[in-house]
Write a protein that binds this ligand. Structure first.
Ligand code: CP
Length: 304
């Protein structure tokens, strides 16, 4: 059994193994060949926070693998009557679920599931901390578009402080050999950037100059004090659009993990333009989640 909790603690060979596995599943599905069916597993999808992409792609990944899945959200459950996460997890275990995918607004909450569930646990996004399967989808997309990650310049632009996607991508892309820059206003930069393997830019044009990959992040207003950031000012200084992209490498790709605030961190023409790989990121989300689910039930444990 294998958990997938963070990219930070995931050794490079495990990261590469997941990407290879995702490529294999993508090739099978796109060519219409059958996915090898293994033992049927029942997986609980616990989403305590809203999601479209991650939830749907985990469901679709489970469908392709021939697994059963059970959806569980905080709303409508006995959590609303005061039941603890520990008792919820023990209930799921007693109901014979075999694996758990969890999204939670609190960083590190997956540890409660790891402690009491006994089976494999996959982190589908925890607070501001990590979102490992999004980073896998992003790495696969970059590999497909650029052929390699080693040596690429990647600029992650925007609300880095509140972004679990940024954190997982920083660890994943630097392990795979990219040079990662984080770009944004001081107020949206994480504390202790000196402890991250990145360079920090407060000017968007300096930050994305020559970048092979420009990744815009959503302004996560739900995690900010109201009025902290002026949307108009943010748009003027940090929006990814045709003007700002002029300084990136000529064949730069534009990414966004979604959901997008169109017209704020990215404009429509860029989001839907020829450099955008945003829909490919979503498609690849299915294949990396197939890889993560199937690895979860491997007899052989891989370091994680
Ligand atoms: N990127 C991402 O996690 O999107 P959702 O919140 O829609 O799952």
């Amino acid at each position: 059994m294998n958990h997938l909790l963070t990219v930070r603690n995931l050794p490079k060979p495990s990261l590469e193994g997941l990407l290879e596995s995702a490529k294999m599943y993508k090739s099978l599905i796109e060519s219409g060949r059958p996915v090898p069916q293994t033992e049927i597993r029942t997986v609980g999808l616990l989403f305590f926070e809203n999601s479209t992409r991650t939830r749907v792609s985990f469901e679709q990944a489970a469908n392709y693998l021939g697994y059963r899945h059970v959806n569980f959200s905080g709303a409508g459950s006995s959590i609303k009557k005061g039941e603890s996460l520990k008792d919820t997890v023990l209930t799921l275990r007693a109901s014979r679920l075999e694996g758990v995918v969890i999204r939670h607004s609190a960083s590190g909450m997956y540890n409660v599931v790891v402690k009491y569930f006994e089976g494999p646990v996959l982190n589908a996004g925890d607070g501001r901390h990590e979102h490992p399967t999004q980073a896998l989808a992003d790495a696969l997309t970059i590999l497909e578009k650029k052929g390699q990650i080693e040596g690429l310049k990647v600029a992650i632009v925007g609300d880095v402080a509140n972004s679990r996607v940024a954190r997982s991508n920083i660890w994943s892309l630097t392990k795979l050999g990219a040079e990662v820059r984080i770009v944004g206003p001081r107020i949206l930069m994480p504390g202790h950037t000196d402890k991250l393997p990145v360079s920090v830019y407060y000017d968007v044009k300096q930050g994305i100059a020559g970048a092979d990959v420009v990744m815009a992040l959503r302004l996560q207003t739900e995690r900010m004090d109201s009025g902290l950031v002026s949307l108009g000012e943010y748009r003027r200084l940090y929006q990814i659009n045709r003007q700002t992209l002029k300084v990136a490498a000529p064949n730069a790709i534009v990414m966004h993990p979604g959901p997008m605030n169109r017209g704020v961190e990215i404009d429509d023409l860029t989001a839907d333009g020829p450099q955008s790989v945003i829909r490919q990121q979503v498609s690849n989300g299915v294949f990396v989640r197939m890889a993560a689910l199937s690895r979860a039930f491997d007899q052989e444990e891989t370091p994680s």
